[in-house]
Design a protein around this ligand. Structure first.
Ligand code: PHE
Length: 324
């Protein structure tokens, strides 16, 4: 009797081992414990048993043992399923929405990296300024006609949105003194708004002050910069110009598709500017330049309409994928 039971259990275990899912398990369960199951049939034999009570107890134990084995197998199948689900390599991956850098940021980074290579460090400035930093300290006194060049957004009587990054020159010279060699990229604001002018645009300021800095340094660095930025031979010229905060002043033009294009303003920092921030112009001299980021980006990426930068059109922006 005992060996008969143990071979039944052995048989059951072997069948359970082959079960891959709940359906197969249900089939095994019915083969052993169902109406005509192997174990169920054993119960019919109680009638003929010598010791009915003992046989009954043994059979109940056998049934219990079989049920436990089936429950255990069921749990194993469920667990196996969970761990298979956790690494279901057949599931398609979730898309990670990857952004692209804005062409203005790309251009700022590109220019800053070139300038860093020449020893300039990057300064950050404020977009809200006082008249002192935006005009007065830069040798643009009240009523000076140059203030007409900048149609300014005033916030109140004292504060305005900076019209150029040149205000960072003043902040930095006052903060760190000289010698210094900085660039300052950022947003600037003017009341202009038409297809080629935006009320907000970006500039990058440069300032290099030390003993014995002269116009040759200015020319050398800016010519090298144009070559490094465009990565090709480019015809350029320094054209005399006027800015209240530089003397002499110039504008740099480059030949682009057969036409002269103005790309930046520059000059030797005016003595009055140095004096305004307490620097001795007998001892120190230097140059400054200011360039328009949009202009440099348009030339590099062949963008014809300034407004594309601000429209947030994804098909425009995605063209710059991969650039940093
Ligand atoms: N601030 C000038 C502008 O906005 C550019 C400039 C900067 C010119 C530094 C000379 C020196 O047009």
């Amino acid at each position: 009797m005992e060996t008969q039971y143990s071979s039944l259990i052995q048989n059951l275990k072997e069948r359970l081992n082959t079960c891959k899912n709940e359906n197969e398990l249900l089939k095994v369960k019915s083969d052993f414990l169902g109406k005509n199951g192997l174990i169920t049939k054993e119960f019919l034999g109680i009638r003929n048993a010598k010791d009915k009570k003992y046989t009954g107890q043994q059979l109940n134990l056998l049934k219990k043992q079989a049920e436990n084995l089936i429950i255990q197998t069921s749990l194993e199948i469920q667990n196996r399923q969970v761990s298979v689900d956790a690494i279901d390599i057949s599931l398609p991956g979730r898309n990670v929405a990857e952004g692209t850098r804005h062409p203005i940021s790309i251009t700022i980074n590109h220019i800053s990296n070139i300038m860093r290579g020449y020893g300039f460090r990057v300064e950050q400035g404020n977009e809200i300024e006082t008249e002192f930093y935006n005009f007065e300290a830069l040798n643009i006194p009240p009523n000076h006609p140059a203030r007409d060049m900048h149609d300014t957004f005033y916030i109140n009587a004292k504060n305005l949105l900076r019209t150029h990054t040149s205000s960072v020159q003043i902040h930095t010279m006052m903060k760190t003194g000289v010698p210094l060699k900085i660039i300052a990229p950022g947003k600037v604001y003017r009341c202009d708004s038409d297809p080629t002018h935006s009320p907000m645009f970006h500039q990058l300021e440069g300032l290099y002050i030390d003993e014995d800095i002269n116009f040759c340094h200015l020319k050398g660095i800016l010519e090298k910069f144009i070559m490094d930025y465009f990565q090709k031979e480019i015809e350029m010229r320094f054209r005399p110009s006027y800015f209240p905060f530089t003397e002499p002043s110039a504008e740099l033009d480059i030949k682009f598709r057969g036409k002269w294009l103005e790309v930046l303003g520059c000059g030797m920092v005016h003595d009055n500017v140095l004096k305004n921030v307490g620097i001795n112009p007998e001892k120190y001299s230097g140059f400054a330049f200011g360039l328009g980021i949009e202009r440099f980006a348009m030339l590099k990426f062949d963008i014809r309409d300034l407004r594309s930068f601000y429209e947030n059109d994804l098909s425009f922006l995605r063209q710059f994928r991969g650039l940093t």
